[in-house]
Design a protein around this ligand. Sequence first.
Ligand code: HDD
Length: 687
Amino acid sequence: MSPTGAPSADPSAANAQQGAYLTTATGVRIGDSDHSLKAGPRGPTLLSDHHLREKIMHFDHERIPERVVHARGAGAHGVFVANGAASEVSRAAVFGKGVETPVFVRFSTVLGSRGSADTVRDTRGFATKFYTTEGNWDLVGNNIPVFFIQDGIKFPDVVHAAKPHPDREIPQAQSAHDTFWDFVSLHTEAQHHTLWNMSDRGIPRSYRTMEGFGVHTFRLVDADGGTTLVKFHWKPRLGVHSLVWEEAQLLGGLDPDFHRRDLYDAIESGAFPEWDLGIQTFPDTPDQMFEGIDLLDSTKLVPEELAPVQVIGTLTLNGNPTNFFAESEQVAFHTGHLVPGIDGTDDPLLMARNFSYLDTQLTRLAGPNFNQIPINRPHAPVNDNHRDGYHQQAVHGGVAPYGPSSLDGGCPFVAGADEGAFVDVPVTVPEASKVRENPATYDDHFSQARLFWTSMTPVEQEHIVAAYGFELGKCYEQAIKERQLLALANIDDELCARVAQGLGLPAPERTVHYDEPDPSPALSQVGETWPTDGRTVGIVVDPDGDLESVARLRETLLEAGLLPLLVGPHGGDLGDGLVAQRTFATARSVEYDAVVVAGAAPPAPDAVPARDTEAGAATDPRVELLVEECFRHSKAVAAVGDGRAVLDALGVGGAGVTTGDTGADVADDLLTLLSAHRVWERFGTTV
Ligand code: HDD
């Protein structure tokens, strides 16, 4: 069991940590693990020290290769409960009404190494392993519904272009460099995915506030063999929210583990993250097209306005890993891990993935037996005829690991469909010659990028323009910037002109023409309100101020499911039983969704250098920075009592700023502001 009482991999299964005494790997108790065996206290170390040899040998080999992509990530245990809505279109047991299936989910960035920062601009992985009664099903998705390439044969190209430059191995975990923009500007089918990366989706607020997508079209099979094409969507119950770019950059230094910490803390505190799983369904027609959209082209999405997402169940993450390496690092996902009732399609991207995910584990987990590692073990009984290989854990009985066999009672037997066998759908393959070609529908690289752009509100468009300005501004090669501007011209002339202006380059003319797509308002993150559970509020406390008001505000926020953190001029007791969780020295705005200045905040003794304000009585400069940053990042700002003078001195006011005599006066406003995530109008654009 994990510390939260939720299910996790059983450590005893790995024969680890049994008994109270320190032992060698072979179970011999050890009397001294701190001193090597030497010829006298100052003499040479003896080769006969078998414990030293074993301890150092094992340490020397602790590291395994990181994932070739998605190296940086964090996982959690949970449960998926189906509502039965998918049973009509799939016979999979996991979709049966009320069926509860244990899951392990791993979120990740794509580009960075294992130790890189969480908040970089990148696509996020959202991979789910369902331990169903019929075997493991892995839904290996991303937080962006489209991909850079249409054919998996180009995966090494896009990854080589996006990873750090091979000569200096910089920049780490960034797409803001020449080789990335060189590739995507030459290879224009990547423009749709790239536009999503440049939008707020590229810098999520939290793993808990990301959508997830299966990306490809999958094929569901019902009890009678009937088929339906589907796309999978994960919808976060807390809504889709993002950081702003400056926050993301600051967090890269101030808290590179921001997303990992957020996920762990939320689960630990019982604020279990939840997502609804939904499907868009399409008739399984021979052409596999829907409303003119090629369902086998993973650079295209199907707008929700054309095919609504139907909820088929809910995922709750309720258990943190007990051991990061054993679970989050060793978990191995594979798009070919399918169960009866869920099948793939001929999307050439998916086909290549079906090869790649098995193959990569041979290097990463050093052999073909990775499904025997505790986190990967199916909960369904396993009776395969695979034998031997590195790290074999099983002691197989019998003499006939082959079939057909007349020994061992002919066991194991193959099952029929009515006994739960995976039956391949007899899809008709069109008569064709072998070719290295794309269908003509794959030639449209821009219409859906434009669809995304025109679906954004002005404030979201502003963020996109700024993101391109940053990324291309980091490139050195003029020709690459110019080529990318041409791609932008083919998406939208205003987008192109605004980015070009920032780069100091002329905006090129559009060269590709296509029908104007209808916008999809469902793609925007702005305009709705969401639950505020788990939102973090920094409360700046003056130990000489109205502590009763602070205590009541803290209580109200806790009761509303938020996480109020008291920020004091010093650590420890602030008076009236209030204890500082942060100090002026350790607090920084990026940790909070809102800030409350609950009293005067004169410079603490460790403040250097204090800045005089017009009001004469200087505020601690770190509190000024806290307020200024929260304001600049369009977060809710509140002031109570003498805290109002701090805001006045800084000129902080207007939309999203609430003040009062006591905490009780600002609590409701704060909750309303937080439910909209940002004070959108403060970004300077009408939304
Ligand atoms: Fe992939 C890892 C998602 C295309 C090859 N991929 C990986 C992970 C996610 C995705 C979430 C991390 C899994 C984990 O947490 O362990 N990948 C995607 C999506 C794609 C996609 C949504 C397009 C729709 N991937 C893709 C292609 C290929 C790969 C086209 C190769 C042809 N992906 C891999 C891999 C990785 C991987 C090399 C690295 C580590 C691993 O598999 O286990 O096999």
